[in-house]
Design a protein around this ligand. Sequence first.
Ligand code: NDP
Ligand code: KPL
Length: 327
Amino acid sequence: MTRYIIIGAGAVGASLAAEFETHGIRYVLVGRGAQIAHIAAYGLSYRRPGGHRVLRLNTADTAAPPALHPGDVLVLAVKAQDVESATEFWAWRQVEGGGFASELPLVTLQNGLAAEDIALRRFDRVYAASIRIPAHYTVTGEVVVGGEPNVGIVALGRYPEGLDDTALSIVTDLSKAGYLAEARPDIRRWKAAKLEHNVTNAVELFAGPSEIRSKAAASLAQEARTVLIAAGYDPAAPSEWKIDISSWRVAPESGIKPGQQSTWQSFTRGTSSEVDYLNGEIVRLGRIHGVAAPLNTAFQQAAARLALEGHAPGTRGIAEVLDGVAL
Ligand SMILES: NC(=O)C1=CN([C@@H]2O[C@H](COP(=O)(O)OP(=O)(O)OC[C@H]3O[C@@H](n4cnc5c(N)ncnc54)[C@H](OP(=O)(O)O)[C@@H]3O)[C@@H](O)[C@H]2O)C=CC1
Ligand SMILES: CC(C)(CO)C(=O)C(=O)O
């Protein structure tokens, strides 16, 4: 039976470990700092629409990583800005019986488009995933996931393209664990489609009238789409799902509040931000392909300023960000 080494014990990684634990899929959750220490000592406080549980999980600290075996699958659940250091750390570890971890399959769950190319520098078999999951982590040891009836929705395929037995068996395990999961041979298209949404995460960092925030989000997504298409991407459309996702929703009263997606959570926790890999990816592609991306640039810079000043989300107004930029 495959064992999953889940690297990163935040919103996405800890909830994946919780679901694997609940559904009898072998895993080890490898984290760092106070979060993994807390989960190891007291369990994970895990809230789902069906109720709240404290779960004992199989954990390891990155300071004492588990021995690796042939048949292990590594799952990267860190933010995009941590992919370089995490892949460097894991790739050259020895697998018992011979070989490097770089020969094991590696799943990349990151938003944005950067993780896979970083991973391919060291890992031979990279399985990219686009995961939609309303997961929240702002308090040490506590994760909330509001998706119902399923935890979240995942598209997964071999990067840069194609499918193989490993991809199919990972999708089977995710489905067993309660995710709506689909194997896709064209995973870059699904990651691009998700990025169109994730550039709007930055809007949640700034206060202002909801009408302006909605308009800014729509314009950011439109600008991202224009740049992605100019860069040769063909973002997947929701109608292309083969699995039925129509009854999936974020449960009301689940503890998931609108306007608090992953970027907002990072700023709230005072940790590093993924914005350079979300809005920054659009800015980068725009520069390469000669398409202006003024709005994504403005939000990237405003988020950087907010981080430098150490301010929490909502302490600066959106009008300041939009000053001089047309919506
Ligand atoms: N939250 C959400 O709802 C969703 C998030 N995503 C995407 O999933 C990815 C993960 O996001 P999310 O779970 O929110 O991130 P979190 O910040 O909640 O969790 C990441 C965790 O990984 C830890 N970490 C960083 N580097 C390492 C390392 N080298 N070894 C071990 N642990 C490490 C971080 O520790 P530390 O805090 O010390 O940095 C943190 O605890 C991101 O790309 C995000 O965009 C996708 C869909 C939904
Ligand atoms: C949109 C959402 C919640 C979906 O998974 C996400 O990707 C994020 O929090 O960044």
